[in-house]
Write a protein that binds this ligand. Structure first.
Ligand SMILES: [Zn+2]
Length: 94
């Protein structure tokens, strides 16, 4: 009988690999720009604008199970700021 190995499970730390420029809710936004937002499954991936100095917000639906990936610096077409998205409350940005 073998004990369950925790090493065999998917390691969430890999999601924050800096080379992929992935961020999680609660982290500080380092670069103003357009971010691709990936949810746990309740909605499709979408783009949002975030400004440096803000905190990546939690989603109302999937809480911290949301990933932000830097896509590009701000240029046209410009998506809405994340605080205007119904899934992300303005209060979470403070
Ligand atoms: Zn979500």
């Amino acid at each position: 009988m073998e004990p369950l190995s925790p090493g065999g499970q998917l390691d969430g730390h890999r999601l924050t690999c800096p080379f992929l420029m992935l961020s999680l809710p609660g982290e500080r936004v380092r670069m103003t720009g357009v971010y691709e937002v990936t949810h746990a499954g309740h909605r499709a991936m979408h783009d949002a604008l975030l400004s440096a100095g803000e905190t990546f917000p939690r989603c109302r639906e999937c809480s911290e199970y949301v990933l932000f990936r830097f896509v590009r610096e701000v240029s046209e077409p410009k998506p809405s700021h994340i605080s205007e998205d119904p899934d992300f409350g303005q209060d979470e940005l403070l």
